[in-house]
Design a protein around this ligand. Structure first.
Ligand code: ZN
Length: 489
C-alpha cells in the first residue's frame, strides 16, 4: 500500500495514516444543511474529501465514506436560538419541511455530479436518526455531563472541562469563552452561554418535533454527526473531515459528546479544509458576493464575467493545497480554464502520437514517483498539478518533434495521465457533443493497453478474452503502426 501522510488537526502535525482495520478506511464528512442551493463555499469540502476518497480507493483501501444531510436542528445562530433553518424555509415557501429537504438534496446532488464529486457510500439524514440521538442524550445525562431545563437538555461544558479538555481541537480556552460570552449570561436558560443544546423543547409553532422523555422537541445540531458517524463507522473510526468553519463549535462539541457518552474520543484523524474568499472578502449575502454553484455554471450573477465550466472550477480548487486559503476571482477562474484546455489538448495529443526507438528528454518512472510522493504528502495537489504540466510540456514537444518516446513509455504515460487526471484528481472531459464518445474512447484505449500488458506478461488467456469481448460487443479494432484505431460495427 502506498504510504499516506495527513495533517491531523488534532495533533497539529503530519502523521503517517494508519487505519484501524488493515485495508479498510472509515471516513466521515459533515455534509450540507439542505435549506438552500449549494454555493461556492460548498464546493471546497466536497472536492477536498472526494479527492481523499478517490486517492484512498486508488491506493487499494476499501473506503466507507459517510457524508450526512443535515435536515433538522440547525438553528439560525450558534447560541441555540432562532428558528430551525429548514423549518423557516418551509414556513416561508408554504411547504412541508421534508419537501424542502428533498428539493435541496436533489439540487445538491446535481451540483456534486457536475463537479464530478462521487456519491458517498452512505448519506444518512439527521431526521432518520432521532432515536439514536435520544439514546446519546440519555447516556450523556446519565454520565452527569448534561442538565435539563424546561424540557431542554444542555451539555455542561464547565463540568466536562474539569476532567477533560474542551477546546483541544480548536485551541480555544474556556476562560476566553467566559469572557467572550459574559454579556449573554442571564439571557438564556442555560447555565453558561457556551453550553450547547443536546435536545431542545419545541415552541408551539415549531413544526419539526418528536416526542421524548424530556419534551416534544428536536435534537441539537452537533449531536447528529457524533451519532451517525459512530453508527456506521464504529465507536472509534479513522478520519473525520469538514470545513475549517466547522471546527468550532461543531467539531469541538462532537468530541465532547463522544467523550461524555462513551468515555473516549471517536476520531483518529481530524482533517479540515481551508475556506474560500471572493475577491479577498468573506462570502456573505449582505456583501453581494454570495454565488451559488448554479450561478457559477450559468454565469447568472453580477460578480461573474461569464459562465464557468464545473471542471475549471474543480481544477481551480485543486490547484491550491486544501489547507491553504483560496481566493475566488474571475481572473483566477479564467486562468484555470486555460490550464484545463492545455491539459485536455495534451491528453488528446498523447493518444495520437507515435512511439520511437527510445525516450528522450523525460524520465517517466522518476516522474511517476514524484507525482505519487506529492499525493502522499497530505494530498499536495498543487505540486502534483505542476508535475502533470511538466508532462504536458513533454507531450507537446513529442508532437512538435523535439522529443521522442518509446512504446513502453507511451503506454505507461497514457495510463498514468489517465489515472492521475481522471481517476485521482477527478477531472473529466465535458463538451456538449463528445462527452460519451470521449469516455468510450478512453475506455477502449484502457482495455487495449491492458491487453497489451497481458501479452507482455504472457497472459494469453486474458489478452484473448479482452479481444473477444470487444469483438462480441461490436468493436472493430485495427492495429496500425501508431498503435490502434477502433470503430463500432
Ligand atoms: Zn457535522
Amino acid at each position: 500500500m502506498e504510504k499516506l501522510f495527513i495533517y491531523n488537526t488534532s495533533s497539529r502535525k503530519k502523521e503517517e495514516f494508519r487505519p484501524i482495520v488493515e485495508d479498510h478506511v472509515g471516513l466521515y464528512v459533515c455534509g450540507p444543511t439542505v435549506y438552500g442551493d449549494a454555493h461556492v463555499g460548498h464546493a471546497r469540502p466536497a472536492i477536498t474529501f472526494d479527492l481523499l476518497f478517490r486517492f484512498l480507493t486508488y491506493i487499494g483501501y476499501k473506503v466507507r465514506y459517510v457524508r450526512n444531510i443535515t435536515d433538522v436542528g440547525h438553528l439560525e445562530n450558534d447560541a441555540d436560538e432562532g428558528e430551525d433553518k429548514i423549518a423557516k424555509k418551509a414556513r416561508i415557501e408554504e411547504l412541508e419541511p421534508m419537501e424542502v429537504v428533498q428539493y435541496y438534496t436533489n439540487r445538491y446532488r446535481k451540483n456534486m455530479r457536475q463537479l464530478n464529486v462521487l456519491p458517498p457510500s452512505i448519506e444518512p439524514h439527521a431526521s432518520g436518526h432521532i432515536i439514536e440521538q435520544q439514546a446519546m442524550v440519555s447516556k450523556i445525562l446519565e454520565n452527569g455531563y448534561a442538565y435539563q431545563v424546561n424540557g431542554s437538555v444542555y451539555f455542561d461544558v464547565e463540568k466536562y472541562n474539569q476532567k477533560h479538555n474542551y477546546g483541544k481541537l480548536s485551541g480555544r480556552i474556556l476562560e476566553d469563552l467566559y469572557n467572550n460570552t459574559r454579556g449573554l449570561d442571564g439571557q438564556s436558560e442555560k447555565k453558561n452561554a457556551f453550553d450547547f443544546a443536546l435536545w431542545k423543547k419545541a415552541s408551539p409553532q415549531h413544526i419539526m418535533r418528536w416526542p421524548s422523555e424530556w419534551s416534544d422537541g428536536f435534537p441539537g445540531w452537533h449531536l447528529e454527526c457524533s451519532v451517525m458517524s459512530t453508527k456506521y463507522l464504529g465507536e472509534i473510526f479513522d478520519i473525520h473531515g469538514g470545513g475549517l468553519d466547522l471546527m468550532f463549535p461543531h467539531h469541538e462539541c462532537e468530541i465532547a459528546q463522544s467523550v461524555a457518552a462513551n468515555g473516549k474520543e471517536s476520531v483518529n484523524y481530524w482533517m479540515h479544509n481551508n475556506l474560500i474568499t471572493i475577491d479577498g472578502q468573506k462570502m456573505g449575502k449582505s456583501l453581494g458576493n454570495f454565488i451559488t454553484l448554479d450561478e457559477l455554471h450559468s454565469g447568472a450573477h453580477q460578480a461573474l464575467e461569464k459562465a464557468y465550466n464545473p471542471m475549471a472550477v474543480r481544477l481551480f480548487i485543486l490547484q491550491a493545497h486544501y489547507r491553504n486559503p483560496l481566493d475566488f476571482s474571475n481572473e483566477a477562474l479564467q486562468a484555470a480554464e486555460k490550464g484545463l484546455e492545455r491539459l485536455f489538448n495534451a491528453i488528446k495529443t498523447l493518444h495520437k502520437i507515435t512511439e520511437s526507438e527510445s525516450t528522450t528528454g523525460f524520465e517517466i518512472k522518476e516522474w511517476r514517483t514524484k507525482c505519487f510522493n506529492a499525493m502522499s504528502d497530505d494530498l499536495n495537489t498543487p505540486i502534483l498539478i505542476a508535475h502533470i504540466f511538466d508532462a504536458v510540456k513533454f507531450i507537446n514537444s513529442i508532437a512538435g518533434g523535439s522529443a521522442t518516446i518509446s512504446y513502453e513509455d507511451l503506454i505507461l504515460l497514457r495510463k498514468l495521465m489517465n489515472d492521475l487526471v481522471f481517476t485521482i484528481l477527478g477531472l473529466e472531459i465535458v463538451t456538449e457533443n463528445n462527452k460519451s464518445d470521449d469516455k468510450l474512447d478512453d475506455v477502449v484505449h484502457l482495455l487495449l493497453s491492458l491487453r497489451h500488458e497481458a501479452k507482455e506478461n504472457k497472459d494469453w488467456a486474458l489478452a484473448d478474452k479482452i479481444r473477444d469481448e470487444l469483438q462480441n460487443k461490436g468493436f472493430v479494432i485495427k492495429y496500425t503502426k501508431d498503435g490502434f484505431e477502433w470503430s463500432l460495427k
